[in-house]
Ligand binder design. Structure first.
Ligand SMILES: [Fe+2]
Ligand SMILES: [Fe+2]
Length: 412
């Protein structure tokens, strides 16, 4: 029979065991399973969108690549149809652009627009058999000038979670961004049309019909033709540059080698050296710095290299040309580093790195102990919202319920 002291010791041992179990975290196994699950091949044959035979938008009209005087509008119908865009600054719509050839995937660029100007537009389609379909009035806006205020949203890793992606898109749309940056893994399997239709363009249709999305390619797109088909980007498309307001954005494919001497490295060095923009931002899917628990080595065994070593190649250029912020995805959580330079925190001249991979993909885990560069992190679905006026930048991050959980400002 156990004495009362014996019972007490036994109880304490049990409590100790429970505490130890509660404190022990094994993110590696869980996260690897999630990643393997995401990487598993999908049955692409059963991915055809539902079609009841009536003319319908498979993908509703969405905006691409706004400049000061042009914008591209794309959409897809379930059967070949001629497409028309009517547009002007106000109704009744007085301008039109149309394509006489009947087709499924439409891409029309409107040119000679006024800069920094809101427009009303409407898309209509007509089959050879006389079936018609048209949208309600929608709106787009041409890019603003260098002295004007503007805003953009950042989302990443909108993978296989239409519900959360839809919530994120709806909250971001409430803030009325001028455009949207997507940090890659736009779908869970780039080969699956169902995912493009129902897990990206479907949940984001309202947002993307008013605010153009500028994507970078992740690993889950599998470099599939769908990425190049659905996004209208300047050649060679896997990397490109655009300007908006007083900022230059450099978009890079981090699935390819980024070592010095590679095509993208040399392009980026030239583009950064020639940039006269007040703000310089780069984005690519894989993060050069990340406090993730297991993607970059077993952090709990002290073996993490703290980021993607291919993307790390670009740090030299970011520091040399004073990039303001590098945006990344891939790790399904939020992280903001301190400003970094020369492998140290440098608050005066460092580069900020932000991982925003919270658009719907299965969430990942931060290492148990803080990395030397981490400023803020949170494992949660989220989006970022950035506003800029001249030399002032305000950066905010919201969870899926719309709660603010990080913010910072830059002034120059
Ligand atoms: Fe991802
Ligand atoms: Fe990824």
């Amino acid at each position: 029979m156990m004495t009362s002291i014996g019972k007490m010791v036994g109880a304490l041992a049990c409590v100790g065991l429970l505490v130890a179990v509660a404190l022990y975290q094994a993110p590696s196994q869980d996260v690897s399973k999630q990643e393997k699950k995401q990487e598993a091949p999908k049955d692409v044959k059963k991915d055809a969108p539902v079609d009841d035979g009536k003319l319908a938008f498979v993908i509703k009209p969405y905006l691409q690549f706004p400049t000061r005087d042009s914008i591209t509008i794309m959409w897809e119908t379930n059967k070949p149809a001629k497409g028309k865009i009517e547009y002007s600054e106000k109704t009744p719509l007085t301008e039109k652009a149309e394509v006489s050839e009947a087709k499924d995937l439409h891409e029309i660029t409107l040119k000679n627009l006024k800069p920094s100007t809101p427009y009303v537009y409407k898309v209509s389609v007509l089959t050879d058999e006389g079936e018609k379909l048209e949208t309600k009035y929608l709106n787009f806006m041409t890019a603003v000038g260098p002295d004007e205020a503007y805003s953009f949203g950042i989302i990443g890793d909108t993978q296989a979670n239409a519900k959360v992606t839809g919530q994120i898109a709806a909250h971001l749309f409430e803030r009325r961004p001028h455009f949207v940056v997507h940090c890659g893994d736009v779908v869970d399997d780039g080969r699956s049309k169902r995912m493009w239709v129902h897990e990206l363009f479907g949940p984001c249709s309202e947002l993307f019909s008013y605010a153009a999305v500028f994507p970078t390619i992740g690993n889950h797109e599998r470099n599939h033709a769908n990425y190049y088909k659905y996004f209208s980007l300047p050649k060679p498309k896997y990397y490109y540059q655009y300007s908006y307001g007083n900022a230059d954005f450099f978009v890079i494919d981090s699935n390819k080698s980024l070592k010095p001497g590679t095509e993208q490295y040399m392009w980026l060095e030239k583009a950064l050296s020639e940039s006269k923009a007040k703000w310089k931002f780069a984005y690519h899917h894989h993060p050069g710095w990340s406090s993730d628990a297991d993607d970059y080595g077993k952090s709990w065994e002290g073996k993490s290299v703290w980021g993607d070593m291919n993307a790390r190649n670009l740090v030299t250029l970011y520091e040399k040309y004073n990039l303001d912020i590098a945006f990344n995805g891939h790790i399904h959580l939020y992280e903001r580093t301190w400003p970094l330079r020369g492998n140290k925190v440098d608050r005066a001249t460092g580069v900020h790195y932000i991982t925003s991979g919270g658009g719907g993909g299965s969430l990942e885990v931060v290492a148990n102990l803080p990395s030397w560069f981490k400023s803020q992190c949170r494992t949660d679905f989220h989006y970022c919202y950035v506003v800029i006026h001249q030399g002032r930048l305000e950066f905010k991050v919201y969870d899926v319920k719309g709660n603010l959980f990080d913010s910072f400002e830059l002034n120059k």
